[in-house]
Each structure stands twice: as C-alpha cells, then as structure tokens.
Design a protein around this ligand. Structure first.
Ligand code: ATP
Ligand code: ZN
Ligand code: ZN
Length: 805
C-alpha cells in the first residue's frame, strides 16, 4: 500500500496539517510529490497538494484519493520545502503558501489537453495508448475512464507526452467601439472632403486629419480623449461613409508583436568590472552569497545584471530578475529581451490569467531561462537557478501585504542557499536593513559611486513654498521652477515633473474650520473623484455626493484640497501653452499598453514634459531630460509610519536621478514646505551616507529596525470593546511569554481605526532575540481559532510589517 500525505484546500487552523490518503493501485506509480489531487474530505471533495509519499500511515482508517488534478507535478521538491519554510516564517497556512507559487489560472480545476510532442514518440507509447492519438491531441476528461487510461498516465509520468491546461482567458476579451477609415473609399476622396470642410465641420476635420495621419484603427474613446471631441463628428463621418464602424479588442499583450533590437555586452567601466568580479566568482564556484550592489542613479547597474546573467546562461543555468511592478516598463523589458531575446519570460500584473499561465509554462518546461517579473516571479519553477537579482531592493512592493505575508528578498535568499547561487540586491538607496547588513559584512557590499561617462549628479535646488506664498505666488510652480521650465523648452530639452500622490492628496477640506469628510465605515478621508464629482472611500467603496456646505460650520469654502496630476496638467496648459504634456498616473495607465505608448510619446520627443506620480521616479533612462521638478516633496513625510523619512529620501533621490544621465547636465528643483527636514535636505545633496548615519541614530533611539525586529498583531471586530479587549489580552499573554527585553506596545487603535465597520486595534512587538515568539504566536492563533470563526473576530499577524496602517 502506498499512502500520500496531503495538504487540503481548507483555510482553517485545524486543517492546516497533512492528511493521509491511500493511493489507489491504478495510480500507485503515477501520483508523486508536488501534484494536486482531489480527495474526499468530510462530505465534500476538495483539492489538495501531495507533499509526501510513504509506505504506511499511523491513521487507522484511510480514505482513497479520488482523482488527479495534475498529471505532472506542479511544485518541485524545492518549492515544497520552501512552502513549509514560509508557513513557519510568516505564520501562514501551508495551503496559502503553495497557492502563492502557482499562477492564478491554475487555482481552478481545468481540463487538460494531452498531445504528442512528435510522431516518433508514438512508438514509445504503450500499445493501448497509441490509438488514442489517431486524430491529434486529446482531452483528459474524454479518456479518463477509457481502459487505456492507466497506461496513458504512466506514459505521461515518463514524460513522453505534453500536458497543457486548457485555460480559458478568465478575463474575457473586452471589445470596444472603434472606427477606421473607409475601406471602400479612395484616400484622395477622403482628403478632398477634409479640405472642403469649413468652420462648421471643424471637428470632423480634426478627426479625419488624425485618422489620416495615424492610418490605424482607433477606439472611439481614444479619439474623444485625444482630440477633445464628442461622439457627434464621429457619427456624422460614419453616416457619410468616410469612417467605418468596427470592434476593437481592448486587451492585448503589449510585448507580443514587438521586435526587440538585439544588443550585446558593453565594455564595462572600471567600477563595473570591479563589482562584477565577485559575482562572477560566486557563479563559477557555485557559492551562495548575498551581494548588495549600491550604485548611484545612472551608474550602470543594469549592465552589471545583464553580464552576470550572461555568465549564468553560459553555464546552462537560469536567472530570476525581480523589478518593482511599476518599473516593469517597456524600457526595462526591452533591455532584457534585447540582450537575451526569446530566452526571457516576462511576468507582470498586466497579463491576463491565461497569458500568465503561458509564461509560467515556458519556465516550467525549460523553454526560457530568464524571468523578469514583479514580486511573485520569485517562485518561478526553475530547477537550476544560477542567480537571483532584485532591482530597486528598497521598494516596499516586494513585501506581500496579504497571506502569505512574505518578503521576496527572504524568499530569494532561501532559494539562493538551496541552489548555491548568488543573490544580488541592487539600489541607489538601499533599505537601512540591507545597508546595515552590507556594512557589517553579512551581505557583500559592492559600490558604484560614479555615473556613466563620469556624468555629474544633477544640481538640486530646494524651494521653500511658504516663502513663495509670502511673496504672492499662489501657483503650484515656484518662480525658479517656472523659469527653468521655460528655459528648457526654449532649448528643446525635456522635463520630468513629479507629483507625490501617496499620502493624502486629493481630499476635501473646509478652509474655514479644517473639517475633512471621512468614510462613516472606515475612518479614512474620502478621496475626491473629479470625473463623477463624487467622494469615495478607497477601502470599502462607500461614496457620497460632494459636500457643498461644511457640515461642521456651514461654510461654503469646502473644497478639493491638494493637487492631482490632472489639475497640474490643466495649469501647465494655461501657463505654458506651447508645451505638450504626457501625463502618467493610475488613470492614464490603467489600460494595457498605455504605459508603453505614453513613454514612447515622450521618448520620441513628441512631448516635452512628462508629468506623473511616483511611477515615473524609477528606472527611466531618457537622454534629453535635463530638468526634474518635484512639486510637493513632503506629502509622504506625514504618514504614520516609522519609514516615512526613509521613503521620502528614497523617492527624492530616485526621481532626481532621472536628470542629466547622459551627456547633457541635469538640474533638479524640489518644492517643499519643510526644507529643513533632513530627508529632504540630504536628498538634495545626494548624500545617502549621511542620511544612513542620521536615520540609524533615530532608529536606534526609537528602537526600530534594523536594531529591533517588529511584529504587528492587528485585531478587528465590529464591536469596539471586543476588539480592544482581545488585543489587550493578546498583549498581556505575549508579555508573559516573552523576555523582559521585548517591548510590547498596545493595545492601541490602528492608524486606520475602522475599516468596513470593523474596529481595528493593534499591538506592536519590538524584539531582538525571542526564541519563543513564533511558537507563542502560533499557540495564540490556535487558541483563537474557535473565537475567530464563531464571533467573526479577525487576527492578523505580520512579521516585519511594511504597512503600519
Ligand atoms: N559599460 C557601459 N558603457 C556604456 N554605457 C553604459 C555602460 N553601462 C551602462 N551604460 C549606460 O548607462 C546608462 C545608465 O545605466 P542604468 O540605467 O543601468 O543605470 P542604473 O544604475 O540602473 O540607474 P538607476 O538606479 O537610476 O535606474 C544606460 O543608458 C546604460 O545603457
Ligand atoms: Zn467648516
Ligand atoms: Zn469606507
């Protein structure tokens, strides 16, 4: 008898352990570790992961595995043990850890298609299996009960056959209204009609002009946005037969039809050669090392990554490159695809479930050897990893904010140890945690202190916006910034303007009494949505009409506060009408491929100003940009987060780094209300080292990372007293369990004290060495499992939290 230990798909504390099941005789040689199967569980049938196969079980009465979900293992031995490690490190369920490693498309049950990789293979198949393939590929569901099925499964387990999941694109293709130039009419006739249009047909003329120039299908929405027109001129052109109505597919893979210009390795600078040496050695000697590549903006870190990967590929091994989601820009992708061509898979959130599955399969089948992707790409199922690179390692998006609450850096180091390969963390502004490890020698610190071609770091000017106001300048541009913008436009150079939107920027405030409307269910300020003229809660979706009068003091000076990118854009067109502006924010980039289009427009010089939120701060490398303006440097400083200063420093340094990266010298203007703050002051001097020293003193004094570890327990309940009471109990329980060196703060209300009508309390643990902490937290969650279910109490434990709200 063979027995499989299985983690079942029930997310509850009591079921978070392996259950034993008998493997039916017909499947004995076929079910292996890392496959998913269907098993009876109570009255139901559910999915589970096989994590072990054994000869016997201690449990007396075992049930049998019902059927197979996968015909081949989806998790490798390594990923299975990584899953176990994740459950211990992040206190998550084994099931969530495994699920996190697979593409979303595979979470549902899909039929499988089985096909012959080639005709020759047919001879190797079992004789009863051969006839099944007489008409090409087959569906597993069709042959499941066929007498040859057991032999078919055996042939699959011998890797004779190809298995693909039939993943329907869950996101159905979205179609939208579009138009094209009439196919039956001659272009001259259309041009003739256009030229004949007078004042009354002005709008139609604009449309035809545009369509004739673009020579492409266009969505109606795009035309309206781009040309600032209504439906009317488009409709009348259709009725006259100049335009034809068509349907346009909204989503498409932005990189699918792209040709990538092939690049080859650049001769390295002296500094680059110096830092790449130990990385190459580590690759060649199969040694695990963590390198912290600390290189100023524009110092050529990417080339170091590329040539490190080159060496890995020459060894026949594989590479994972993580980049923050927002810098998965075409520019970044082009660099990797340009060097390694079709060996590169790209994983980012813009892909549909089906497309993500396709990329994942290429990795699993060894068709690619480099993955460039956001956080979850760290689980890429490579079997011979030779290097893991994390670019912009300071980015907080590498921490997942839901279960499993893992940090990609920790997973990278786990996998690097497993595969005896180097992990490279790169940044111009490393996190304090990493830099401290680098300085102590836990990581090997590699420094690139100079920009390419010895380009100077841009000069930075701070402007005190309070002063501007005192001098009567009420606009959002300081005099200095405005003058410099004018100057660059005159010279034909380009400008990047950043508006920091994180924090509270688009809320409504009463200018008389300071009242700010908040969500009645969540206690966070409502965000103003200009298009619909509504106020919305970003946590629960609650919305209200815009207040006309202040409910507190009845003043009608209640209005939109802070500036959105759209408002800046409007202002720009007013004060500098000659400039063409590309605006990049969540609104203009939500559509697939729009990111790419906007950046292409800027890169080609069709626009002189790139205006955007944080998303433009990183990774962009444009030759002609000589001026960077930060419109409001301090919005992030006031967040209730001990990393607020660090985040501000990082962002300012990153965005400043966009200027003067090539032959033209760059300049930066930082507008701020708190120019004396050390984050802003030191960022303006490009002084990471001084910032690091200063911030380390603060962290030491306040007992924060990297001097102390943090754990955050958040409790939520609809009754405030219950939430507070339970948090108090948890705090005193931990107080008893932990040493007197641990600091336990709370119960206190969370910075966001209520979400969706549930009150939130938290307890923060600061500790250095508490061997009992994890087991105590486990015990606690175990104790609470009944209460959590019955009383609808939620307890979240975040080890090394990045979001303090
Ligand atoms: N050895 C080299 N010779 C010539 N040009 C190089 C070399 N290495 C890098 N470059 C060029 O220098 C520019 C800056 O490099 P890169 O964008 O990699 O900087 P970075 O360190 O990643 O900066 P950031 O942190 O700001 O993104 C790029 O245009 C790159 O092509
Ligand atoms: Zn008021
Ligand atoms: Zn709300």
């Amino acid at each position: 008898m063979k027995v499989a230990s299985i983690i079942v798909d029930v997310l509850a504390k009591g079921t978070d352990r392996p259950f034993d099941y008998i493997i039916p005789q017909s499947l004995e040689d076929i079910v292996v570790k890392g496959m998913r199967v269907i098993v009876p569980f109570g009255p139901r049938k559910i999915q589970g992961f096989v994590i072990n196969i054994k000869e016997s079980s201690d449990v007396a009465r075992l049930k049998e595995i019902d059927e197979m979900v996968d015909l081949q293992p989806v998790l490798t031995e390594e990923l299975l043990s990584l899953g176990k490690w994740l459950t211990e490190e992040t206190l998550c369920y084994a099931m969530s850890a495994f699920q996190a490693m697979l593409p979303a498309a595979m979470k549902a049950k899909y039929d499988k298609e089985i096909s012959l990789p080639s005709e020759e293979v047919k001879q190797q198949l079992h004789e009863s299996v051969r006839p099944l393939f007489s008409k090409g590929s087959i569906r597993f569901s069709d042959v499941k009960n066929h007498p040859a099925a057991p032999y078919l499964l055996k042939d699959i387990s011998k890797n004779f056959l190809d298995v693909t999941y039939i993943v329907k694109n869950r996101v159905n293709k979205k179609m939208m209204r579009g138009v094209m130039l009439s196919s039956s009419m001659k272009q001259e006739d259309i041009e003739k009609y256009r030229d004949g249009l007078g004042k009354k047909g002005e709008k139609q003329k604009v449309v035809l002009q545009y369509m004739l120039a673009q020579k492409e299908k266009m969505s109606v929405k795009h035309l309206k946005d781009e040309l600032g027109i209504t439906d009317a001129p488009i409709k009348s052109l259709i009725s006259k037969g100049f335009l034809e109505k068509i349907e346009i597919e909204l989503y498409r893979n932005p990189f699918a039809e792209r040709e990538f210009q092939k690049t080859s390795a650049l001769p390295l600078t002296e500094e680059q050669s110096k830092v790449i040496k130990p990385i190459h050695t580590s690759i060649e000697e199969d040694k695990h090392n963590v390198f912290l590549l600390y290189g100023v903006t524009g110092s050529g870190k990417t080339e170091v990554y590329l040539q490190s990967i080159q060496r890995v590929l020459e060894k026949g091994e594989e590479a994972i490159v993580l980049v923050p989601e927002i810098s998965l820009t075409p520019q970044m992708v082009t660099r990797f695809k340009g060097r390694f061509g079709s060996k590169v898979a790209v994983l980012h959130s813009g892909l549909s479930a089906g497309e993500k599955y396709d990329e994942w399969r290429k990795i699993q089948r060894g068709e690619v050897s480099v993955v460039v992707g956001a956080r979850s790409a760290i689980f890429a199922p490579f079997k011979n990893l030779g290097i893991i690179i994390i670019d912009e390692e300071h980015e907080s998006s590498y921490k997942q904010e839901e279960n499993p609450r893992y940090h990609a850096r920790d997973v990278a180091i786990y996998r690097g140890k497993y595969h005896n390969c180097p992990v490279v963390l790169g940044s111009a502004t490393p996190t304090l945690e990493s830099f401290a490890r680098g300085s102590k020698g836990n990581y090997r610190l590699l420094t690139l202190s100079k920009r390419m071609n010895n380009a100077q770091m841009p000069g930075v000017e701070k402007v005190d916006m309070r002063e501007e106001l005192r001098n009567g300048n009420r606009s959002m541009f300081s005099t200095v910034l405005f003058e410099k913008m004018k100057d660059r436009l005159a010279k034909g150079e380009q400008i990047v303007l950043m508006l920091n939107k994180r924090g509270h920027s688009s809320f409504i405030m009463c200018r008389d009494c300071g009242f700010v409307p908040t969500c009645p269910h969540c206690e966070i300020s409502l965000t103003y949505h200009r298009h619909q003229n509504l106020m919305k809660c970003h946590y629960c979706g609650h919305q209200e009409q815009l207040a006309i009068k202040c409910p507190e003091c009845e003043s009608d000076h209640i209005r939109y506060f802070g500036t959105g990118t759209q408002k800046v854009e409007e202002e720009l067109t007013k004060v500098i009408p000659e400039a063409s502006v590309v605006r990049m924010d969540v609104d203009t980039t939500s559509r697939k491929g729009s990111h790419e289009k906007l950046l292409a427009k800027f890169e080609s010089g069709q626009a002189q100003i790139l205006l955007g939120t944080q998303m433009i701060a990183k990774g962009l490398d444009f030759e002609n940009v000589t001026l960077v303006g930060v419109l409001s440097a301090d919005t992030m400083l006031h967040l209730p987060d001990f990393r607020a200063s660090e985040k501000t420093f990082q962002l300012l340094t990153q965005v400043s780094g966009r200027a003067g990266r090539h032959s033209l010298p760059g300049e930066v203007v930082i507008q701020t209300y708190t120019p004396e703050h050390y984050s802003i002051d030191l960022a303006s001097h490009h002084d990471y080292d001084a910032f690091y020293k200063k911030e380390m003193i603060m962290r030491k004094m306040l007992k924060y990372p990297p001097f102390y570890y943090l754990a955050l327990v958040t409790v939520a309940h609809e009754n405030m007293a219950v939430a507070m009471g339970e948090t108090d109990k948890i705090a005193s329980f931990l107080q008893n369990k932990l040493s007197s060196n641990a600091i336990i703060l709370g119960a206190v209300p969370s910075p966001i004290a209520k979400i969706k009508d549930r009150y939130r309390y938290q307890c923060m643990i600061k500790y250095r060495n508490e061997p009992d902490l994890f087991s105590s937290l486990h015990f606690l969650l175990e104790q609470y499992k009944g209460k959590m279910q019955k009383q609808n109490l939620t307890i979240n434990v975040d080890l090394n939290p990045y979001v303090m709200m």
